[in-house]
Design a protein around this ligand. Structure first.
Ligand SMILES: [Zn+2]
Length: 486
């Protein structure tokens, strides 16, 4: 399938798409637009952004077509060898997962606005970017003369791109992999430092999974004038939208910039390759329910920050502040008494990306992080520092992704038990599938590594958390702490 994309109206923010599709002799073709995008597990109904759809034969004669669902069109193409599809897509959402077009930027997440012929998702796609030749293109797909090539729809859908005359590009080599930074809208002051820090945490993450399975990885940074924080993972890239751009070199902002970058990189293994069986492959037309968000988001949130600490990019004080912030969100959410992690994961399709009704649910990110931390320390304790959650992840990666399979909760639980040598029944009953039993697990986890959590109540009733190393800790606590941060 061959697409061309151009800026149709920069002021009103529309991109124009044209697709030439061979009919392969079929009398009817169904053209499907995705209803959601991987990384955000809720329906987004992208079809509402489409206007001026028309379908003709190769000579421009209109063909009859009908909508058969909210985002699927059926075309009568009897006696045609090729049809031509034209439409415009509203691109005015400058975040990490959508599309935005202006006079000097064509930024597209193809999962929003490219259709596929139903049953022919495995066919290759080409996308010609009709922008001035001096513009640069940032994308994980190979590009030649502004033409991107994808092997199938899954790969196209997973490959966001920036096209702009203002892109700032840097790259460095990490083992056999070239790591690219693309900046639009601003740039960090010290690129050499960023490269060195990225190298450090990427190496720790690579050791956890045992390989860095790609030749190129691209960080696409969209720096915005307004306050913003959003990242979305892809197989060989990430888009990170942050602002205000003017604050990027301030320590707090820059640390957060590193944290989100580390989180998204970790996803290249955890969800983009190693994935729950129920999401393999993705079905773009409807909800892809999974109860395992605590693995693909929770573990990723835990390791995003932890690998910054373990690689020496962050000191313990910076890490402890971030962990205390996560615990603060947990302790201020009364939903922890009422709803489990697995149920909250299933319900991301219902209200996963809004605060939701007070006290209803928990977060696969925050409570998922705490669950991962509790498991990591439990394994360290049981094995005297010989094993940890890293070993579970590496084996799960080998036993699922590397064999072309998805994973299940049962596989994860079995690996936790075989790596630690102990039973994880109560952990799954109370933490993963239960609600309200967290306190004792958190206290035990802190105690094992010689930390203390100070919870204060502010005037408005909101709790604030602080994590400190205890003044006096025994040798065992000290050695487990050292294992944990190495
Ligand atoms: Zn994530």
């Amino acid at each position: 399938m061959n697409y061309t994309i151009h800026i149709a109206n920069a002021t009103d923010h529309f991109v124009g798409l044209t697709a030439q599709i061979e009919t392969l002799g079929a009398p009817l073709l169904q053209l499907q637009l995705p209803a959601w995008r991987p990384g955000r597990y809720e329906l987004s109904n992208f079809a509402k952004n489409i206007r001026k759809l028309n379908i003709t034969d190769s000579k421009g004669v209109p063909l009859e077509f009908n909508k058969i669902s909210k985002d699927c069109w059926e075309v009568n193409c009897l006696n045609q060898t090729e049809i031509v599809l034209r439409y415009e897509y509203y691109a005015n959402q400058p975040d990490a997962g959508a599309c935005f077009v202006s006079e000097h930027l064509l930024y597209v997440n193809p999962v929003h606005c490219f259709m596929y012929a139903v049953g022919r998702e495995a066919e290759s796609f080409s996308v010609q970017l009709d922008v001035p030749m001096h513009w640069q293109i940032a994308c994980q797909l190979p590009a030649k003369n502004h033409k991107l090539q994808a092997q199938n729809f899954d790969q196209l859908a997973d490959s966001p791109f920036f096209a702009s005359p203002n892109l700032v590009h840097h790259s460095f080599l990490l083992n056999q992999t070239t790591i690219h930074f693309w900046f639009e809208g601003g740039v960090v002051a010290d690129i050499a430092l960023l490269a060195e820090q990225t190298r450090k945490y990427a190496l720790v993450q690579t050791e956890i999974f045992g390989e860095l399975p790609l030749a190129h990885y691209h960080f696409l940074y969209l720096l915005l004038p307004n306050t913003y924080r959003h990242g979305v993972e892809h197989a060989d890239s990430t888009v990170i939208a942050m602002g205000p751009a003017a604050a990027i070199n301030e320590p707090a902002f820059y640390n957060d910039f590193l944290a989100i970058s580390s989180h998204e990189l970790f996803h290249l293994w955890n969800i983009k390759r190693m994935r729950p069986a129920e999401m393999l492959p993705y079905d773009f037309t409807k909800e892809n329910y999974s109860r395992l968000g605590y693995i693909y988001e929770g573990i990723t949130t835990y390791y995003g920050d932890l690998t910054l600490l373990r690689s020496g990019v962050w000191d313990f004080e910076t890490y402890a502040k971030s962990l205390a912030g996560d615990l603060e969100r947990h302790y201020n959410n009364l939903g922890r008494f009422n709803y489990s992690l697995t149920a909250s994961s299933f319900d991301t399709w219902l209200d996963g990306y809004v605060a939701g009704v007070k006290g209803r649910k928990v977060s696969i990110y925050i409570e998922g992080l705490i669950a991962a931390w509790v498991a990591d320390i439990a394994i360290l304790v049981r094995t005297n520092g010989a094993s940890r959650l890293d070993d579970v992840l590496r084996r799960m990666y080998q036993d699922s992704y590397q064999l072309g399979l998805g994973y299940s909760q049962e596989i994860y639980k079995n690996l936790l038990e075989s790596v630690s040598g102990v039973n994880f029944d109560s952990y799954f009953e109370e933490i993963i599938e239960g609600a309200g039993h967290w306190e004792k697990y958190i206290q035990k986890t802190l105690e094992h590594i010689g930390l203390e959590l100070i919870i204060r109540e502010k005037e408005d009733g909101i709790l604030s958390c602080e994590i400190k190393k205890k003044q006096e800790i025994n040798e065992l606590q000290n050695s487990l702490f050292e294992y944990w941060i190495k």
